[in-house]
Structure formats: C-alpha cells, structure tokens
Ligand binder design. Structure first.
Ligand code: GDP
Length: 456
C-alpha cells in the first residue's frame, strides 16, 4: 500500500505571508533538496544530522531564487516517519511556487492532498483517529474545538477506544477458546462476567457519543435557521449575530426574500445560520419562492431560532410558526425588549425548548442568548479535555460498536450459545478497530485522507 516515491508540496497557505514552506518527504528527500539548496556552510544536506537547520540559497535551473532555511529531519523521527526536508523561503506566492517547481524539477512528485499525514499513518506514526484530529485542529474555529482536537491528536481518544476494544478482545478470545477446544480444560466464562465487561464497554462508548453530541456545536457547527413573521427583527438579529449589515433591514414587511446564509460564532458555538424570508402566505411570486426555500431549510435545520415581537400580541401567524417548530429543537428569541411588552411570553415558553428576551436594536440580552444557546445545544456540558470523537466517521464506528454490544447482551440474556454472543462482540471489536484504523480497509483510509488539504 505504501508509495515510496519522494513527494513535495507547499505546506503554507496559498497566499502571501512572512514565510513559505515547501515540504519534501521520502527516501530521496535529502538528495533532491541538495539539488535546489546550497548551504552557506558548504555542507551537503545529505551529510546533515536530523533536527538541523541550514541557512543557504535556493536555486532553480542554476539561478538563485531566494535565501532560505532548510530544516532536515531524519527517518523515522519526522512527521511522516520518512526523511523530510522543509525549505522555508520568503512567503511571496511566486517565490514559494518557484521553490516548489525547483524541487519537482529535481525529481520529487507533487504530493496529493493529505499525503504527508497519510504517510505518517501508514508508517505507524499516528493512528487514523489521530490523523483526523490533525484536520480538526486545522479547521478548529474556537478554543474548545481546538482543545478537543489536540487531545485526540495526543492519543486520548485512541487510548480509550483501545482499552475498550481490548477488554472485548480478551473476552472474545476466551469465548473462542472455550467453544473451539471443548476437550481442553478451559474454564467457562460466567454470563455475569461477560455482562459486566459488555456493560462497562457500552457505558464508556455511550459517554463518548454523548460528548460528541454535546461538542457538536463547537466542533462541527450546527445548521440553524431564523424564522418569524415579517418585521419581528430577524434581519436585525442576523446582523447582530454576524456583526455587520448583511440582510436588508426595512420597515416594509417581506424585504428578506432570499435566504441569507452566514456562519457565525457565538462564544465557541458555530452556527451556520440562515435568515429566511418571513414564512407567510403571499401573492408575490418572488417572495413565495423565498418562503418555499425557507420551509425547506426549516425541515433540515438542527436548530430553529424563532423570533417574536415582544411589543405586539401574538398573531395567528406567530402561533402557526410555533406549531411548525413543534418537532424541532427551538429557541424562541423574543425581540424588541426595549419596547413595552405585549406578547404572551408564557405561551411562547410553553411551545419552545428555551426562550430569551432581547433587543436586537441595542444588544440587550445578548449574553443571556449565548448562555441559553450553550445550555440548549449541550456545549455547557462539553468537556474538551475528555477523550473526544472528532468526526462523523468516528461517531458512526462508535455507534456500530454500541449496537453490536447491545446485541451481544440480548444474546446473552436470551440464553443463546456463546458462539452467537462471540459473533456480536467480535463485530463490536471490528468497529472500534476501524475507528482507530488498526483494521480499516484501504477505501476507508483513502476516504479519510481525501478530506485533507494539499501540503498536510
Ligand atoms: P424582519 O422582517 O423580521 O427581518 O425584521 P427587520 O430586522 O427588518 O426589522 C423590522 C423593523 O423592526 C425595523 O424597523 C427594525 O429597525 C426594527 N427592529 C428590529 N429589532 C428591533 C428591536 O430590538 N427594537 C426595536 N425597537 N426595533 C427593532
């Protein structure tokens, strides 16, 4: 499976910056780097020890391109586990690209997306869950998400999953031995012991799944939609949340005809927020397209932010919106708290999961909104220092393991043979080892690294 070609790519962002880095990895990394980098000391990089930095000149087709630093890592003590050279040049786009071009001319192949981390995985430097946390760390938009990804990268999740998998493997092995070698005097494992191992494993995995759900809003973000009849202040709220004027705010009902989408951060919570056309019956053709888009978006939203006007009595339209949100996780934002209150706040509270009184005009109640959201979405209970699942793939593996453990418990309780129990437990082990990559197929591995960026 391992491709032993030497590869190279720009490891820094595709924009101007102080430094640009071209990373080369593979058995010829030092030889190739020597063709494009002349150290001021006169030393060849091929003769360099690992963890050494060399100042020198980068050359392309015999022409100097820039001054730079070549950082040498010797296998296996590098990110990929192979020989690696990182050439830092000035971070202009042209200079960085020209340095890469020189390296490719000298014999390196362009590295596909995620290739360096994939090599780190294939060379046993990190497991699959840790590799995924590299991307989670790069993509983290807040402290909690970064901290959770970092802990996974440090191996916290893998340790926990390994422990659970090995407790199951050990009882599976015992059961197999007992079933396969009836003549040997292998002690039969008691149903109570099995039950205890399965229950402990299930509890641990359920805790991780719950933690993933609690952290979803900070690690993955949540699809949210703002609904409400025209003129209650949806656009104003959207502007307050996203920090600048995006939707058109006017006094004429029905001004927001398209769906305005924005990713906003409230504390550490990420909301992919859509402000929709006021959901209302309308004769206007363009407006009715907006209304139908809004309804579709409402169906797939994970969170509904339903806005009401505190200064007006609830209308039939408001009540219809409350009824439409019944099956959804709904936060009621009762807006215009700066005006005299007329709305039936208790009615709103009784028909939503949480509510908060704010003024989108002067920002009053914003802190309360942040706290209420954290409680509603579970992030208030999220502990980023615990072993955390960081991707949907990991969550699915974990869920599959729980389902199989539950089946093993049912098989045990209904008095089925140890063989049947063993099959279920074994499937749970498979799912956990797929999570860490110990037994992941090539397709799964390729799928994981396809999500990466070039240069990582
Ligand atoms: P939308 O149709 O629901 O998007 O409502 P807009 O955001 O366009 O707001 C409608 C009107 O209500 C505008 O005149 C806003 O200035 C006003 N408005 C919005 N929020 C507040 C608020 O908190 N207090 C007051 N007094 N007026 C507000």
């Amino acid at each position: 499976m391992q491709d032993n070609k030497t590869v190279a790519a720009i490891a820094t962002p595709n924009s101007a910056g102080g430094i640009g880095i071209v990373r080369i990895s593979g058995k010829d990394a030092l030889k190739i780097a020597d063709k494009v980098f002349i150290a001021a000391s006169g030393k060849h990089l091929c003769d360099s020890e690992g963890y050494k930095a060399h100042f020198g000149t980068i050359i392309d087709s015999g022409e100097p391109v820039d001054e730079g630093i070549a950082l040498v890592f010797r296998a296996p003590k590098s990110y990929t586990g192979e020989d690696v050279v990182e050439i830092s040049c000035h971070g202009g786009l042209y200079v960085t690209k020209r340095t890469l071009r020189a390296v490719l001319h000298a014999g390196a192949q362009p590295a596909p997306a995620g290739e360096f981390t994939k090599r780190a995985f294939l060379n046993g430097r990190i497991d699959l869950a840790e590799a995924e946390s590299v991307m989670a760390l790069i993509g983290a938009q807040g402290e909690q998400a970064a901290s959770a990804a970092f802990n996974t990268l440090e191996g916290k999740l893998s340790q926990k999953i390994s422990q659970t998998a090995h407790s199951l493997i050990s009882v599976c092995a015992h059961m197999s031995a007992w079933v396969d070698y009836p003549d040997e005097e292998i002690e039969e494992i008691s149903p109570n012991e099995l039950k205890s191992v399965f229950t402990t494993a299930k509890t641990e995995l359920l805790k991780m799944l719950q933690s993933f759900e609690n952290g979803r809003a900070v690690t993955q973000g949540v699809d949210a939609v703002i609904v409400g009849r025209p003129n209650v202040g949806k656009s104003k709220l959207m502007n307050l949340l996203s920090g600048y004027e995006r939707s058109i705010v006017t006094d004429i009902p029905g001004t927001t005809r398209d769906i305005v989408e924005e990713t906003v951060k409230i504390g550490d919570i990420i909301l992919r927020l859509a402000d929709t056309a006021g959901i209302r019956s309308t004769e206007n053709e363009v407006e009715s397209i907006g209304v139908s888009l809004a309804k579709k978006r409402l169906t797939r939203a994970q969170l509904v932010i339903a806005v009401f006007d505190a200064a007006q009595e609830l209308t039939e339209e408001d009540k219809k919106i409350l009824a439409d949100c019944k099956e959804k996780l709904t936060l009621a934002v009762i807006n215009k708290s700066d005006l005299e209150k007329c709305a039936d706040i208790d009615y709103i509270k009784d028909n939503t999961n949480a509510s908060v009184l704010i003024s989108a005009k002067n920002g009053e109640g914003f802190e309360e909104l942040e706290k209420t959201l954290a409680t509603l979405l579970g992030t208030a209970d999220f502990d980023p220092s615990a072993a955390a699942l960081t991707t949907e793939r990991q969550r699915l593996c974990c869920e599959r393991a729980v389902d199989n453990i539950e089946e093993a418990l049912v098989a045990l309780e209904s008095g089925m043979t140890l063989d049947a129990v063993n099959v279920c437990a074994d499937c749970a082990v498979e799912a956990l080892l797929e999570l860490t990559g110990e037994r992941a197929g090539e397709a799964v591995v390729n799928e994981v690294f396809a999500q990466f960026c070039v240069g990582k």
